[in-house]
Design a protein around this ligand. Structure first.
Ligand SMILES: Nc1nc2c(ncn2[C@@H]2O[C@H](COP(=O)(O)OP(=O)(O)OP(=O)(O)O)[C@@H](O)[C@H]2O)c(=O)[nH]1
Length: 202
């Protein structure tokens, strides 16, 4: 069974939990505890292949750009901003820059395929502060995929976005394998040391 680890990152209130929970449960829940970080686990079948998926949803990320733990842990990243909040777009930009900077030297192909930029809260387009073309340009500049959607109103789009990331991550696994230092035992230890987070199975 393939193991895939995704980190959903972005500014405070951008909708990281909403997107994650929407994908995992089909439901949009208005409010989430933002003081607890979680790793959700889920088994799913992708193109006939069994996947053990772990999704890291941090508590509020305001100001945290170091990403050292996340960069070691994650196979792929979903970077979320709120289209009605320009500050969250600036934060997403900084996160993309940080990811790109740290991985570019190691493995360019992986960077290009395993990062997805998401402009969330498309239902709030009457309050839009970030244009679609700005998101698209940022994604192109960082060679990642891009979409706008609404965790509140779109279920299929949210699933499609997660599936695209999963497909890209699993197809880049051959490259990634070379980077992994050792087996799953040491990786589990690393995760526990770094995160020690609450785990939830869905
Ligand atoms: N209108 C609208 N509101 C949304 C959408 N997604 C999330 N929200 C709301 O935005 C607020 C923040 O959502 P969260 O999912 O908690 O955001 P977060 O990025 O996990 O926030 P932190 O944990 O504080 O970093 C909540 O009130 C959600 O109901 C959306 O697509 N549309």
């Amino acid at each position: 069974m393939a193991e895939v680890k995704l980190a959903v990152l972005g500014g405070g209130g951008a909708g990281k939990s909403a997107l994650t929970v929407r994908f995992l449960t089909r439901r949009f829940i208005g409010e989430y505890a933002s003081n607890a970080e979680c790793i959700y686990t889920k088994h799913l079948c992708l193109d006939g292949r069994q996947i053990h998926l772990e999704i890291y949803d941090p508590c509020s990320q305001r100001g945290k750009l170091s990403l050292t733990d996340e960069l070691h842990w994650a196979d792929g990243f979903i970077i979320v901003y709120d289209i009605s909040d320009r500050a969250s777009f600036a934060f997403a930009k900084a996160l993309l820059y940080r990811i790109r900077e740290s991985q570019l030297g190691a493995c360019k192909k992986m960077v290009e395929s395993a990062v997805f930029l998401v402009g969330n809260k498309q239902d709030l387009c009457h309050m839009r502060e970030v244009g679609w073309d700005e998101g698209q340009k940022l994604a192109m500049d960082n060679k990642c995929q891009f979409c706008e959607l609404s965790a509140a109103e779109h279920y299929q789009e949210v699933v499609a976005m997660f599936m695209k990331v999963l497909r890209n991550v699993t197809s880049s696994f051959k490259v990634k394998e070379k980077r992994r230092p050792s087996g799953s035992k040491s990786m589990a230890k690393l995760i526990n040391n770094m995160f020690g987070k609450r785990r939830k199975s869905v």
